[in-house]
Design a protein around this ligand. Structure first.
Ligand SMILES: [Zn+2]
Length: 614
């Protein structure tokens, strides 16, 4: 080589840009996790499965990536790191679509801003955006033509104004179809002008019938994360059926290798995950990589096998809704409801000899019931109230149903209801038992809605709440913002709860060996045929709105009354309200074994703190 050649080669080498890092390598080198929202702040040391996701997201030949995943696997962090990489390496328009305004704000303030501030490679990008004055809370401007918009699916109108090459979707299954359409499809429409677009859709799955992420996963390469057994070396996806523990000792949970039957200790998990790999069940699918992963390979300390076994046992006691949450958020599985035919005569056969014989004059409850909730439905000419009793281990007991006639625009019926809600009954064990919390429907009845607010608000210290049923998949309790002044009312996820009620009614309360099934309901023989009829007067069906399946409840016949079902739903909701769900039934049952001890006084101010977190 002549000196001139050498010089030329050297110059070329100097001119050549540094080799471009793959997305996972860039993330590990340049991205920093902020202290505010990370268990391990600082450099982002990717777990093996996260590397797989980011390789797919960073691959220009893959326009679509789908993740059906459990919680606690660090997906949100990976999305933020992806945003960082686009801002730094490929400035373009990015939309991050999340379910609600609150989610958008949380992402912006707790995740994006601090990550950009703490990552040297990104620090200046967000600064520059700020100086432009173009940053709003949910919109970040980057330099050189890049931008990030964090949008809430609840307000799909927003989507019309924006256009993006990259669309990142978090918690797709929590996004409802609104009158304006399916927010996910609307958002995808905003990307069609970009031939090199990228759509990343991640979610914990919800119901099998309606899950967006499960349907997309089916259309993808269907990749599963497999880890080698440290004993025999055979690769398997860790599934829940392979987790075993000594009865009553969830902390002893271990993984049993389905191949060699070796019992594998939690301490070997990091090594297994480090050597794990993604395997496609449908490797021939092109352009759409999909991943399925459960929390059994999560490396977070709060997702140890022992901890998850404990959560499973709690969910089992908690009933179908809690079990669905476990399936969705831990096992990353869509939930199949067992709702099937249930009719009043089946329910009548199950009735048991306890209940509410006459209003205010003694009630017999099964002796293990330690907490009672009330659900109240309001009509023009009456209010109806159902009581449900809860025990530590068994199924909830529908104790009774009372109808109070009277014009609900006048005071009389409310006075009667108030007296009833204060009633104390003698528990079979000798102590006095009363109602621990009440939800009253205020929905859609003009001046009557205000009557419910006027009744409930001054009684919130007794855990009496005005509520309004909200459809679709959502958290059971939310604060309603539409209520004027300092009144408070709460949204309750009635479709979620109706699914649970119908599911429970369809199950037998006792197993063949005589043991109690906590996933069912027990029923009093004081409940009338009319009540039993009404409690199964709605059916659940799937309807397609703009190609997206949604769950709907419909009366079996037009105009069939459903007050009983509504009351059961509201009473069940109370148990899950922030005030009542923190009551420890085990502790209460233990204390009540001392005959005659009175229930402790409720902390009158407690509700405010507890609901503040909503
Ligand atoms: Zn093995």
């Amino acid at each position: 080589m002549t000196p001139a050649d050498r010089l030329a080669t050297g110059t070329l080498r100097l001119l050549k840009p540094p080799p471009r890092l793959s997305l996972p390598d860039w993330v590990e080198a340049e991205f920093r996790l902020p202290e505010r929202s990370s268990a391990q702040p600082g450099r982002f040391n990717l777990w093996k499965y996260q590397r797989g996701w980011l390789e797919a997201i960073g691959d220009p030949l893959v326009p679509r990536v789908t993740l059906m995943k459990a919680a606690r696997l660090g997906f949100s962090k990976c999305l933020i790191a992806t945003i960082g990489s686009y801002a730094c390496n490929d400035p373009c328009s990015v939309i991050l679509l999340v379910p609600t305004d609150d989610d958008a704000r949380r992402y912006a303030v707790d995740e994006v801003e601090p990550s950009f501030e703490e990552s040297p490679a990104l620090h200046d990008l967000i600064q520059r955006g700020r100086l432009d004055g173009r940053n709003t809370l949910v919109m970040k401007a980057f330099n050189a033509g890049g931008s990030l918009k964090i949008l809430a699916a609840r307000a799909p109108r927003n989507l019309r104004m924006h256009d993006a090459k990259v669309l990142l979707i978090d918690e797709a299954d929590a996004m409802e179809v609104t009158v304006e359409g399916d927010p996910i499809l609307l958002a995808e429409k905003r990307t069609v002008a970009h031939p090199d677009r990228k759509i990343v859709c991640g979610s914990t799955p919800t119901s099998e019938d309606t899950s967006v992420v499960a349907r997309r996963f089916d259309e993808s390469t269907q990749e599963v994360f497999e880890v080698p057994c440290p004993e025999c070396g055979v690769f398997n996806e860790i599934s829940w059926s392979n987790i075993e523990w000594n009865s009553g000792e969830p902390e002893t949970a271990q993984y049993m290798c389905p191949h060699c039957k070796g019992m594998i200790d939690e301490r070997r998990k990091p090594g297994m995950v480090d050597n794990g790999r993604w395997r496609a069940l449908k490797p021939d699918v092109v352009g759409h990589r999909g991943f399925r992963i459960n929390a059994l390979v999560s490396m977070l300390p709060n997702a140890s096998w022992g901890q998850l076994a404990r959560e499973y046992l709690d969910a089992k006691r908690g009933g179908p809704h809690m079990m669905q949450v476990f399936y969705n958020t831990v096992l990353a599985k869509p939930w199949r409801t067992t709702i099937n035919r249930v009719d009043a005569s089946m329910l009548a056969d199950r009735a048991e000899p306890w209940g509410l014989p006459t209003v205010g004059h003694g009630m017999i409850v099964p002796d293990d019931v330690v907490l009672i909730t009330a659900g109240v439905d309001m009509q023009d000419d009456r209010v109806e109230c159902t009581l449900i009793g809860f025990s530590v281990f068994g199924a909830p007991c529908i104790l009774g149903h009372v109808v109070f006639p009277g014009n609900t625009l006048e005071d009389g019926v409310w006075k009667t209801l108030d007296g009833f809600l204060k009633t104390k009954w003698r528990h079979p064990n000798g102590w006095a038992i009363g109602i621990d919390g009440t939800a009253i429907d205020s929905g859609g009845r003009g001046g009557r809605t205000q009557r419910v607010y006027d009744f409930a608000y001054p009684r919130m210290s007794r855990y009496i709440f005005a509520i309004k049923g909200l459809p679709g998949p959502r958290k059971i309790w939310t604060k309603l913002t539409s209520v004027k002044g300092d009144m408070r009312a709460f949204g309750v996820a009635v479709d979620v709860l109706k699914t649970e009620v119908l599911d429970r009614l369809a199950r037998e309360p006792f197993n063949e060996d005589g043991s109690e099934n906590p996933q069912a309901f027990r029923l009093s023989d004081q409940l009338t045929d009319e009540f039993l009829e009404q409690s199964c007067n709605e059916t659940r069906r799937i309807r397609f709105v703009k190609n997206r399946p949604i769950i709907e409840f419909q009366p079996k016949r037009a105009g069939a009354p459903t007050e009983a079902l509504d009351c059961i739903v509201y009473a069940l909701a109370v148990r899950q309200s922030p005030s009542v769900r923190s009551i420890d039934l085990r502790e209460r049952a233990a204390r009540r074994q001392v005959i005659g001890e009175q229930p402790p006084k409720q902390n009158a101010g407690g509700w405010a703190e507890k609901f503040a977190a909503l």
